[in-house]
Design a protein around this ligand. Structure first.
Ligand code: SF4
Length: 147
């Protein structure tokens, strides 16, 4: 049997309670995904040194600021670099990442005002992975990995 392809995946899709609010995220088609791929989980915010639960953070003026006004950019950058290392080590062509997160979101993120307003943009990890040629998909695009 040929070895399954590795894909990077947000750890919160796999039952790890690593979201800022200490929760996890349900991912439909997870069983199908597991059958086809070897899943390599990463939570960039945890590996970047943040605790769970933690204050929500959003990107504003190229910095990541939490709801207390603290600058957590450095944690997010460390996490992104570690995610890229893990992806390269495992030769991941794809990353399936949680949409709208300031780390994992790709294409749309919150605008930095904590008002629930979405704007075009990428989370810190999603951006670094994409810059390095990794195809970043969000959960609403999971079917692209299953066809
Ligand atoms: Fe999930 Fe990414 Fe947020 Fe971690 S940083 S909880 S993996 S969305």
């Amino acid at each position: 049997m040929s070895k399954k392809e590795n894909i990077l995946i947000s750890a919160c899709f796999l039952g790890t309670n690593c979201r800022y609010d200490g929760r996890t995220v349900e991912l439909s088609s997870l069983d199908q995904l597991k059958k086809k791929y070897n899943l390599i989980p990463i939570c960039p915010e945890i590996i970047g040194g943040l605790e769970t639960p933690r204050k929500p953070a959003e990107i504003r003026n190229n910095k990541v600021i939490n709801s207390l006004g603290q600058d957590v950019t450095n944690n997010f950058v460390i996490g992104a670099r570690e995610a890229l290392k893990l992806a390269k080590l495992n030769k991941c062509r794809y990353a399936l990442l949680k949409e709208r997160s300031p780390s994992c979101g790709y294409g749309k993120i919150y605008d930095g005002t904590f008002s629930g307003t979405l704007i075009g943009g990428n989370g810190v990890t999603a951006e670094l992975l994409a810059q390095n040629g990794i195809i970043v998909l969000g959960e609403s695009q999971i079917s692209k990995l299953l066809n």
